[in-house]
Design a protein. Structure first.
Lengths: 100, 325
């Protein structure tokens, strides 16, 4: 774990490759509950440690083809800041306070 | 983790594709991942779908409801873990007059001290505040700590409040000056603004208190009265000046709200117009997360910390109120 890890270590990067469209849509819906879609198949999520294994299990169930895969990277506060953002992210980050 | 404030009249909070979204007509005003929403605060007529409500309650995110005129209406919350032991201790302690008085004294003394701190900072920033008033508030804070009874304590608190609000009047721009602090209905604009900020604060404190399993209706300083969450009001005392009053002052100074933004209400008071409400909410939210002018000071964290300290006090510890500098 990085020396600059956040107190609860909850920021994760989830990247997936899912061939089946329906399974992929399910993955999107699942991940949308937890975070922001930054690229077509990449989400930046905030997941409490106790929920992470549950999320992994749910994603596992969506992997059916041999080429399917999911990678989950834990990000500390420093690592969560991208080195570079090229092009437009698919969604803006979530603010701490939202007023509409 | 996000707090969602909805002040757009006629907006709807819906749950769609794992997101809590605020929509109005065909427009989507916001989209937030479900699991990241910590609390929802609705001001005015906001429609909440059953799915959105279920999503929030399932995850322990309270939905606070305020009327358009800024009056705290109530909240929708899920069932928490019972924490019956803590409640029993709280109720037991509340029957101990000595304990209640001791706690009430500390909180009232801290409230006056924090009021003084707010005015002292105003003076530091070059606004006209009488040093005699500051000394007097300090003395009254000391008196509160020694008060012989709850009645005597309320007397000191009332006198200090009159002096404090008179001092606050002096630092307002002239078009905002008000005659006295009045509640129902607010007869002048700054009072209306303060009332709105207090309602927002009440939503926050209620959430903190209830979230720990404490009984919001059993207090120590505020007397029992039907429909009045005495413990919530008690815990609010030390935060009214540092959070709500400062927020209102900032809104006035930064011209986030103008005197013209007020409309006459049904009961003869003044209401804040919907567009201005959002500015106040944004400033309030900012004050809670970053302390407003003093950046980096998480006041929401302080509220939670004090709620926890209160719980610990019922379990047998000492209560040290929040001291604002």
């Amino acid at each position: 774990m990085c020396p600059t890890a956040t107190a609860d270590g909850r920021r994760v990067l989830v990247s997936y490759d899912i061939g089946d469209s329906r399974a992929r849509r399910r993955a999107v819906k699942l991940l949308k509950r937890h975070g922001v879609r930054v690229l077509e198949s990449v989400f930046e999520c905030d997941v409490p440690p106790e929920r992470l294994s549950g999320l992994q299990r749910s994603l596992q169930r969506l992997l059916t083809a041999p080429a399917d895969g999911v990678r989950i990277y834990r990000l500390c506060a420093q690592c969560a800041i991208p080195v570079a953002v090229l092009g437009q992210p698919t969604e803006p980050p979530v603010q701490e306070v939202i007023v509409v | 983790m996000a707090v969602l404030y909805i002040a757009e009249p006629g907006a709807s909070l819906v749950c769609r594709n794992g997101r809590l979204e605020v929509v109005k007509g065909d427009a989507r005003l916001s989209s937030t991942p479900e699991t990241l929403v910590e609390m929802v605060v609705c001001v005015g007529p906001v429609h909440i779908t059953p799915a959105a409500m279920a999503s929030c309650l399932d995850r322990g995110a309270d939905i606070a409801l305020l009327r358009g005129n800024g009056r705290y209406l109530g909240r929708i919350a899920g069932e928490r873990s019972s924490a019956a032991t803590l409640r029993r201790l709280q109720i037991e302690r509340s029957l101990d007059a000595g304990f209640s008085l001791d706690l009430a004294r500390r909180v009232a003394a801290a409230k006056i001290q924090n009021q003084r701190a707010v005015l002292a900072r105003q003076r530091w920033n070059g606004h006209p505040v009488s040093p005699v008033l500051l000394d007097s508030l300090r003395a009254q804070s000391g008196d509160a700590l020694q008060a012989a009874s709850l009645d005597a304590l309320r007397g000191v608190e009332g006198a200090a409040a009159r002096a404090y609000f008179a001092g606050l009047r002096e630092v307002l721009p002239t078009e905002w000056t008000f005659a006295k602090r009045s509640r129902r209905p607010p007869t002048d604009r700054f009072n209306a603004l303060l009332g709105f900020c207090y309602a927002l604060l009440q939503a926050e404190v209620f959430s903190a208190v209830a979230g720990l399993g404490l009984d919001p209706y059993t207090g120590f300083l505020h007397a029992d009265r039907a429909g009045r969450p005495a413990l919530v009001l008690d815990l609010m005392e030390e935060f009214r000046a540092p959070i709500a009053d400062r927020c209102a002052l900032a809104c006035v100074r930064l011209r986030l709200v103008l005197p013209e933004a007020f409309q006459p209400g049904e009961d003869g008071g003044l209401l804040l117009a919907p567009p201005a409400r959002k500015h106040v909410i944004a400033r309030f939210a900012r004050t809670m997360t970053h302390g407003g002018a003093r950046s980096g000071h998480n006041l929401r964290g302080e509220v939670l910390r004090q709620a926890r300290r209160l719980a610990d006090c019922f379990r047998g510890g000492d209560y040290v109120p929040y001291r604002h500098r």
